[in-house]
Design a protein around this ligand. Structure first.
Ligand SMILES: [Zn+2]
Ligand SMILES: [Zn+2]
Length: 281
């Protein structure tokens, strides 16, 4: 199994690889641009060279990029929807430049237009995206969400609905997040609940679509619909859930990525990864 964490690209994308090494990651997730701004700073050729060289030297890969939180391709507002679409396209192009195999996307928020209308917008924008990318090698992953506000993606059925509507089936997949699905009401702590949840996921979406698993405990209780990440074993989910995940043989090719709180020295990542690896039987 591959274990990793989200690492910052502050100072350039190559720096994220060094941070990943320091945090004891086999693989990492990055934002390929600032996640809180629309504007993307152009990638510098020597930063890209160093980024590829360090991956070889340090043995740390990049499993996925995570798209900006500003993007909402479910939005009924044409201006915001178009801005979101263009930003997502740029992020996909950057993933291709950086040879990142996956890009995680929150399906978005319907802001009152209704779930079906929102999901239809997401599927329509996704199809337009794939039609307008040249030689795309990156898989877009719809992420399961906690279901806060009018966010889509808190039911496996939403993810399945989207995948069904996307024409380019070779470049579409799913990212699960332990905190999000727990907050959405899918039990994962008791082994029986975990088994039931994963069976339901397999029946509705298909385990073959699962490409990344975000590993976070939850500051908020079961079915809270709130997305607040906590250190492993210190939240409402509990450590047993993470044991269920790391010992699930069906997930052996799915990178497990932490998005837990941390300071600049990355010691929190080191500790959470040590704990996660120690659960492997
Ligand atoms: Zn996410
Ligand atoms: Zn989250």
């Amino acid at each position: 199994m591959q274990f990793g964490a989200h690492e910052s690209i502050a100072g350039g994308v190559a720096n994220a690889i060094e941070r990943g090494k320091k945090a004891t990651c086999d693989t990492i997730q990055i934002f390929n641009k600032s996640n809180s701004q629309w504007r993307a700073v152009k990638l510098k050729p020597d930063d890209i060279d160093r980024y590829f060289k360090l991956q070889e030297e340090l043995g740390v890969s990049v499993a996925t990029s995570h798209s900006s939180y500003l993007i909402n391709i479910a939005s009924p507002d044409p201006a915001l929807n178009d801005k979101s679409y263009r930003s997502l396209k740029e992020e996909m192009e950057r993933c291709n430049t950086l040879k990142i195999p996956n890009l995680v996307l929150h399906p978005g928020s319907h802001v009152g237009s209704g779930e079906e209308a929102g999901l239809d917008k997401v599927a329509e924008a996704t199809n337009r995206l794939f039609d307008n990318l040249d030689n795309n090698q990156c898989t877009l992953l719809y992420e399961a969400t906690a279901g806060q506000g009018t966010n889509l993606g808190y039911k496996f059925e939403h993810l399945a609905y989207l995948i069904d509507m996307v024409e380019d089936k070779d470049h579409i997949g799913v990212c699960l997040d332990s905190c999000h699905i727990f907050a959405a009401g899918y039990g994962i702590t008791d082994p029986k609940d975990y088994k039931k949840t994963m069976k339901h996921f397999d029946d509705v979406v298909g385990l073959d679509r699962l490409r990344i698993f975000h590993i976070n405990d939850s500051k908020q209780p079961f079915e809270s619909k709130k997305d607040r990440h906590e250190h492993l074993g210190q939240g409402h989910i509990g450590i047993e859930a993470f044991g269920n995940i790391v010992n699930d043989k069906r997930l052996k090719n799915v990178p497990l990525i932490l998005e837990t709180p941390k300071g600049e020295d990355l010691q929190d990542d080191v500790e959470n990864l040590r704990l996660l690896r120690s659960l492997v039987k």
